[in-house]
Design a protein. Structure first.
Length: 517
C-alpha cells in the first residue's frame, strides 16, 4: 500500500506512523536517517499500555480471559505480529517519474529483524512494566495493603468475576466457625496440624507483603488415602485460586527439577505442589528454592538466563516422609492420622463432595482469610511469638495473625516433629552419646569413633561401603566427622585437630549444658 501525504485522510498524519530504521528520501536533497534504537524506542512508546511486560528479563504478553490470564514470553515473530496489529510502520521515498518526483510515505510490514530489535530493547526499557506476580486471587502488598485489580508495582491482580465486590469478614467467632467447617472431615493428628493448615492458607495471601521466603508445608501421613493430597489440591487450591492446585512429582535430577520450577514461575503460578513424595527428601533445588528470593535458570527455546522473583508457596505430600536436617528445619508439619488401617472405607463425612463444598463457599472462606490479615494489620500488626530461622518475616506475620485470632497451637508441634523427621539427627545424637560414654572428652582417632558407630549400627551406608577396614575408617572421618566439625550436638561441640597424625577428634562441653546423656 502506498500513501501520499497530500492524499491521506486527516486521521492519517505523519505522526501516526513509525519510520523503520534506515535512510529515508524526503526530497531531492532531503534525507532522514532513523537509527535502530530510535525506531525501537518509538515503537515501544506508541504501543498501547499493557501490550508487553518484562518478567525475569523475558519480554512477553499477558493473555487469556479475566481471572484466567497467564504470561507468555514473546519471540521476534510474536513481536512483529503485535506491531503490525497495533501500529503502522512506513518509509519515505520518492515517487517514480522525472522532475515531478514527490516525496511519499509507503507502508511496510514489520520484518522479523525489526521485531527482534523491539523485543531486545523492551527487556530493559523504562516504559515496559516489570511483572513479578500474576495472580487471580487477592493479595497484600508491602505494608499489608490489599492490592486492587489491575497492575500495581510489579503485581498484576487478575480479578475473576466470581470475586468482584468481595468484603472481608472480621468477626472472630464467624472466622473460627467457617475455617473449622472447611476441614471438619480431615483427620489431623493434633490441633497444631489443623492450625498449621490455616497458616498455609494465609501464606499465599501475604507472600508478597513479607520480606524473604516462606517455608515448605508438608502434608504427612503414615498411610495413603488419608486426604493429604485432597487437602492441598482442593483445599488450598480451591480456596485460594478457585482451581485445583496442579500436582507435580519431585524430579529425579536437579536439572529436570530446575526446568519444572522455572516453567511454573514464568507462567505466573504462585503455588508448587509436589505430590506423593516417597522416602527421604534431600533436594538441593528445593532447599535453595525455600531460601532464594529469586530463581535463575535457562528457559527452553531461548539462550538467555532468566532471573525470576520467587513467590512460591511450596507444598509437599507423602507417607512417613523423612527429610535431611537442612530441609526439616525449613518445614511446617501438617500431620494426618487415620483412625483405621483402611481410611478409604470411611463413610462419616460431613461433606462427601469436598470440591463442591470448597467451590460453593469459596467467597466465604476467602473473606475470612482476608479479614484475619486486615484486622491484625489494623490492630498494629503485632508479630508472632514463635520464631523460625530463615523465615523470620513469615513467622512474625503469619504467627501474629494466628495469635491475634486465638490460634495458640500454631507451629507448637514443629520442634518435636523436626527431631523425629531429621534423618541425620538421630545418628548424630546416638553417636555423640555413645562416644562420650566410651571416651569422655579425651582426644580420639576416627578409628575409635568408627568403632562406636559400628557397635551402635549407625551410618550404615558408610560402614557397609566396602573396601578395606582402613578405607572405611578414612571415609568415616571425611564424610561424617569432618562434616560435623564445630557442630553442636545436644550438649557438646565436635572438635577436630588436623595438625596431628592421625587426625584427632574430641567432644567439648557446651557452657551451661547438662553433660549427662
Amino acid at each position: 500500500m502506498t500513501l501520499r501525504l497530500d492524499k491521506m485522510a486527516p486521521s492519517r498524519r505523519e505522526s501516526d506512523y513509525v519510520l523503520i530504521p534506515g535512510c529515508h528520501r524526503k526530497g531531492k536533497s532531503a534525507v532522514e536517517e532513523v537509527g535502530t534504537a530510535d525506531f525501537a524506542d518509538e515503537v515501544i512508546a506508541k504501543l498501547p499500555a499493557g501490550s508487553v511486560y518484562v518478567r525475569g528479563g523475558v519480554v512477553g504478553e499477558i493473555l487469556g480471559d479475566a481471572g484466567q490470564r497467564f504470561f507468555r514470553h514473546a519471540t521476534a515473530d510474536c513481536m512483529r505480529l503485535m506491531i503490525d496489529e497495533r501500529l503502522k510502520l512506513a518509509r519515505w521515498t520518492l515517487s517514480p517519474g522525472g522532475r515531478s518526483r514527490r516525496p511519499m510515505m509507503m507502508f511496510v510490514s514489520c520484518s522479523r529483524d525489526n521485531g527482534g530489535l523491539v523485543l531486545s530493547r523492551a527487556r530493559t526499557h523504562s516504559v515496559v512494566p516489570n511483572i513479578d506476580v500474576l495472580t487471580s486471587y487477592p493479595v497484600f502488598l508491602p505494608g499489608f495493603k490489599l492490592c486492587r485489580p489491575g497492575y500495581h508495582e510489579g503485581v498484576f491482580y487478575d480479578e475473576p468475576e466470581a470475586l468482584c465486590g468481595l468484603q472481608p469478614e472480621t468477626d472472630a467467632g464467624v472466622i473460627h466457625k467457617v475455617l473449622d467447617e472447611l476441614v471438619v472431615d480431615f483427620p489431623f493428628k493434633d490441633e497444631a496440624s489443623r492450625q498449621n493448615f490455616y497458616g498455609e492458607l494465609l501464606t499465599p495471601l501475604v507472600r508478597i507483603a513479607i520480606e524473604g521466603n516462606a517455608p515448605l508445608h508438608l502434608h504427612n501421613s503414615p498411610l495413603e488415602r488419608t486426604g493429604k493430597t485432597k487437602l492441598a489440591e482442593e483445599g488450598l487450591g480451591g480456596v485460594i485460586t478457585g482451581r485445583r492446585t496442579p500436582a507435580q512429582q519431585l524430579a529425579a535430577s536437579n536439572e529436570e527439577m530446575e526446568k519444572r520450577v522455572l516453567a511454573v514461575l514464568l507462567k505466573g503460578q504462585t503455588m508448587l505442589l509436589l505430590d506423593n513424595v516417597a522416602g527421604n527428601i534431600d533436594s538441593p533445588v528445593l532447599a535453595s528454592l525455600l531460601t532464594a528470593t529469586t530463581f535463575q535458570g535457562r528457559m527452553l527455546g531461548i539462550t538467555q538466563m532468566v532471573d525470576v522473583r520467587n513467590n512460591l508457596t511450596i507444598v509437599v505430600t507423602g507417607n512417613n516422609v523423612k527429610l535431611s536436617g537442612e530441609m526439616a528445619k525449613r518445614t511446617v508439619p501438617i500431620l494426618l492420622q487415620p483412625a483405621s488401617d483402611r481410611p478409604e472405607a470411611r463413610t462419616d463425612y460431613r461433606h462427601p463432595n469436598f470440591w463442591n463444598h470448597v467451590s460453593t463457599n469459596r467467597r466465604m472462606f476467602l473473606s475470612c482469610l482476608l479479614g484475619m490479615v486486615m484486622t491484625w494489620a489494623k490492630a498494629g500488626a503485632e508479630p508472632g511469638s514463635i520464631p523460625m530461622g530463615g523465615f523470620d518475616s513469615w513467622a512474625a506475620s503469619v504467627g501474629g495473625i494466628m495469635n491475634h485470632f486465638g490460634y495458640e497451637a500454631w507451629m507448637t508441634n514443629a520442634k518435636a516433629w523436626c527431631d523425629t523427621a531429621d534423618t541425620g539427627r538421630g545418628d548424630r545424637v546416638a553417636l555423640v552419646r555413645g562416644w562420650h560414654k566410651a571416651h569422655g572428652l579425651r582426644q580420639v582417632t576416627a578409628k575409635e569413633v568408627y568403632a562406636v558407630a559400628e557397635r551402635l549400627q549407625l551410618y550404615q551406608a558408610i560402614l557397609n561401603g566396602g573396601g578395606s577396614e582402613r578405607a572405611r575408617h578414612t571415609a568415616f572421618g571425611m564424610n561424617v566427622l569432618a562434616r560435623l566439625e564445630d557442630c553442636p550436638v545436644e550438649n557438646w561441640f565436635i572438635r577436630r585437630h588436623t595438625s596431628s597424625s592421625p587426625t584427632k577428634y574430641w567432644l567439648e562441653a557446651i557452657a551451661g549444658g547438662n553433660q549427662q546423656p
